[in-house]
Design a protein around this ligand. Structure first.
Ligand SMILES: [Ca+2]
Ligand SMILES: [Ca+2]
Length: 321
């Protein structure tokens, strides 16, 4: 276990200020109906296993510099984009063995996500789309709409696993059955009720493993050697482009803008899962997150970080430390 105290939680006052500004931002944000939810989390005990005050807030700036999706994060905009704190354990919120950071940018076409993954032994085996990447070491992104969310996983061989989940209470009125990939009769559409958190207030979901994110671009760069355990690697970096065009099903329920408008808030989750664990006395669950969930379950959009989109150019913001 790394002995560094890597995360300095914001002070109580700072957190309150963030909560208040988020509340005001969300309340004034047409098209993104998050106000009521933020209000509920700010005024009463959470119905969810994560502490509302601990949920991360992030501003995603716009880039005008083209991003080449090659896994190398050598664009100027990635150097300037604010980075997440070092990821913490999904269960305990404690610091994790190796450094993991993420950053987000966007332009008219895409949402961009970058990962910096410290890893002394880069390993990956699966090469086919929708192989069980979660049995390799991976990075993950979950993008939530109001009534549905998308799950994305990637290993160091740049192999993608993806699924799309729809809350049952919204399935009929949301028009999802119009799409063949979401029809109940599709053999790749299955009931899903969470992993360890099976008491989500919204109840069960339908998961489709027949949906592919249209136009998705992914790339990995390995700083070291893959599947060679005799040396010590630095790790791997990941560069992703999720086209806004592909988010129509996510955006439909609350008619949110694609691309987002200035100050629109989305809930997006960022994580990394490992097949190894830090040795005791560390209590390493193997799931490392930007913002902890408090339970072994990624599928809780109410615990995802708040990502506020800014039309300000990333080059105008203070360089990342
Ligand atoms: Ca690049
Ligand atoms: Ca190696």
């Amino acid at each position: 276990m790394d002995s560094h105290q890597t995360i300095s939680p914001p002070s109580v006052h700072f957190r309150f200020w963030i909560a208040l500004t988020t509340l005001l931002t969300a309340a004034s944000c047409a098209g993104v109906a998050r106000g009521a939810e933020v209000l509920a989390s700010a005024t009463g005990p959470s119905r969810f296993p994560c502490n509302p005050e601990e949920i991360a807030h992030y501003t995603a700036y716009r880039t005008h510099e083209p991003i080449n999706i090659d896994g190398r994060l050598d664009e100027k905009c990635w150097a300037t984009a604010p980075r997440s704190p070092r990821f913490i354990d999904i269960l305990t919120g404690k610091p994790t063995l190796y450094d993991t950071r993420a950053a987000v940018l966007w332009d008219d076409k895409n949402l961009y996500v970058a990962y910096w993954v410290e890893e002394p032994d880069v390993m990956a085996t699966y090469t086919n789309h929708n192989s069980p990447i979660y049995y390799n070491n991976d990075v993950e992104v979950f993008i939530a709409g109001r009534d549905a969310y998308y799950e994305f996983e990637l290993n160091a061989l740049n192999t993608v696993y993806e699924a799309f989940f729809i809350w049952e209470d919204a399935y009929a009125k949301g028009g999802f059955a119009e799409a063949p990939e979401f029809k109940r009769s599709n053999p790749q559409v299955k009931a899903f009720n969470g992993v360890d958190y099976t008491t989500h207030p919204r109840g069960p979901r339908l998961g489709s493993w027949d949906w592919r994110f249209p136009g998705l671009q992914t790339a990995v760069h390995i700083n070291g050697t893959l599947n060679n355990h005799t040396d010590k690697d630095h790790g791997w970096t990941v560069e992703l482009a999720f086209p806004w065009e592909g988010m129509k099903w996510l955006a439909k329920a609350d008619a949110r803008a694609l691309p987002p408008k200035h100050d629109d808030v989305w809930r997006i989750d960022f994580s990394r899962f490992n097949q190894y664990k830090a040795p005791p006395p560390a209590k390493d669950s193997g799931g490392w997150f930007w913002s902890r969930h408090g339970v072994w379950d990624s599928h809780i959009p109410e615990c995802f970080p708040y990502v506020t989109f800014s039309t300000n150019d990333v080059q105008q913001v203070k360089p990342a430390k």
